[in-house]
Ligand binder design. Structure first.
Ligand code: FCB
Length: 496
């Protein structure tokens, strides 16, 4: 294994966001404005039409794992409200919709023949999008592994990567003439490190060696799936993966060392094999006490390193690290729920420091400059690789009030100015990155609607559309109305 280049996303402390509030900036005509969701977070209908259980069903039904004992059993009931939700997307003027496919709806136990009713649902979804002039961007895996595969080791088991490729082939055959972008995995960082390292996500294990095995098997699954898809699709789509790359700032005398370690685990362990065909050697050294990486077999790097047409970028916030002094209590403000385990195997000397505000309701610092830096640094490292923001958005407390419309009718409204402000600043950051030469193809706002926010259940709202979880009523928040105008004018709008 050769040494992959070791660029870091950022080691400089930025001056903040003050000047990122801008409007009037125009996006090119082929820039794709859309919004994103994920299957387990919105669909509900957890036991219907042959769907098998996924690790998120098991995890959310395990006491103590999710806030308030919330589950995705009903979620936004999107499975039953498909047509009206599609109409809503059309009403907003979305040009694309990024959704994910529930593997266990297609193959209830993760292997074996496809469940026709599962295929029907996603065919109706994709046909419904196309009929409304909305481009379908499909993600094959947004964390909901069939439980039957977890029972055999999940992502610590190499066989899961091959099962994933077979599932990809099935979906490619079903939708391979319609989907414009295939995203293999959403944020494998979370699947591996939160699922098997920290225990904050399903399946809830806390074992660093397993987390690193999962990293490799997810990378392998990506490569195998791209190869499988390429054999069956007929419409020349883009092949992609979505990463939550960390924009890392360092503090203290050993700032560069702290940044290097976290950049290795968070970013280079994915970018290296996927885009350079090699794992970063320094990560092997850092994690030598955790695992010997014997799960990497000869030929794996070639299987993983498939040409990509697009890289999906999810961005919310930045990360601040320093080398721990070993005496004071170790800070772990890395933005994730603390469930006992570490999502950073081998990085025991690094601590995650609280960052300056303002913050969203997740406690994540708002830093649009980080998005610009990330996009520019990716463009510098991979100059010919187009990028797409596949998630960006914010959770804030939303309040529904009644107002009288011009027609005299009483209407429900949500004045979510903070979310609109967040989006305006991040669209500005994206625009600035493009002005600096970044080939950015589009922006998918997270999320179309409030939904099951993983370990936080329904306590955190990210939607531009409000969901009343009692009645399933959909209410357009002001941010949705603002975004509609952005799309219609292709121009960043002032706050309302
Ligand atoms: C991302 C996930 C997405 C959502 C947002 C807030 O990490 O991909 O499902 O939870 O965070």
């Amino acid at each position: 294994m050769s040494n992959a280049p070791t660029t870091t996303r950022s080691a400089a402390v930025s001056v903040g966001n003050a000047d990122y509030r801008d409007w009037g900036l125009e996006f090119p005509t082929d820039f794709i404005f859309g919004s994103a969701t994920a299957s387990y977070q919105i669909e509900g209908a957890a036991t219907e039409d042959g769907r098998g259980p996924s690790i998120w069903d098991t995890f959310s039904h395990t006491p103590g794992m999710v806030w308030n004992g919330d589950t995705g059993d009903v979620a936004d009931d999107h499975y039953h409200r498909l047509e009206s939700d599609l109409d809503l997307m059309k009403e907003l003027g979305l040009e694309a919709y990024r959704f994910s496919i529930s593997w266990s709806r297609i193959q209830p136990t993760g292997t074996g023949p496809a469940n026709t009713k599962g295929l029907d649902f996603y065919t109706r979804l994709v046909d419904g999008l196309i009929a409304r002039g909305i481009k379908p961007i499909a993600t094959l895996y947004h964390w909901d592994l069939p439980q039957a595969l977890e029972d055999k080791g999940g992502w610590t088991n190499r066989a899961t990567s091959y099962a994933f490729a077979e599932y990809a082939r099935i979906m490619g055959e079903a939708l391979g003439d319609k989907v414009i972008t295939w995203t293999t995995l959403n944020e494998p960082w979370c699947s591996a490190y939160l699922g098997y390292g920290s225990g904050a996500h399903a399946p809830g294990l806390t074992d660093g060696a397993k987390a690193l095995a999962a990293v490799h098997h997810l990378n392998l699954a990506h490569g195998l799936a791209v190869t499988a898809l390429k054999k069956v699709v007929t419409n020349d789509p883009a092949f992609s993966i979505t990463l939550n790359l960390h924009v890392i700032r360092g503090e203290g005398e050993q700032a560069a060392e702290a940044v290097r370690q976290i950049d290795g685990l968070a970013n280079r362990v994915f970018l290296g094999p996927l885009l350079h065909g090699a794992y970063p050697e320094d990560v092997f050294v850092d994690t030598a006490d955790v695992t010997d990486w014997a799960f990497i077999l000869p030929g794996d790097l070639e299987l993983i390193h498939q040409p990509l047409d697009l890289l999906g970028v999810n961005y919310y916030s930045t990360t601040l690290v320093r080398i721990w002094d070993g005496v004071s209590p170790r800070a772990n403000n890395d933005g994730h729920k603390d469930m006992g385990g570490s999502p950073w195997p081998g990085a025991d000397r690094v601590e995650f420091i609280a960052q300056a505000g303002p913050y969203t309701e997740m406690g994540w610092n708002i830093e649009p400059a980080g998005l610009e830096e990330l996009l520019v640094s990716l463009h510098e490292e991979f100059p010919t690789l187009p990028l797409m923001i596949t998630e960006n958005g914010a959770s804030f407390v939303d309040v529904v009030t009644s107002e009288t419309a011009e027609s005299g009718e009483s209407i429900s409204v949500v004045h979510d100015e903070q979310r609109t402000d967040y989006l305006q600043r991040h669209f500005t950051a994206a625009h600035r990155a493009m002005a600096r030469g970044v080939d950015l193809r589009g922006y998918q706002v997270w999320s179309l609607m409030d939904n099951f926010e993983w370990g936080y259940g329904y306590s955190k709202r990210f939607g531009i559309v409000y969901i009343d979880f009692e009645t399933q009523e959909r209410i357009l928040k002001d941010s949705a109305k603002w975004y509609s105008k952005v799309i219609a004018t292709r121009t960043i709008q002032p706050l309302g």
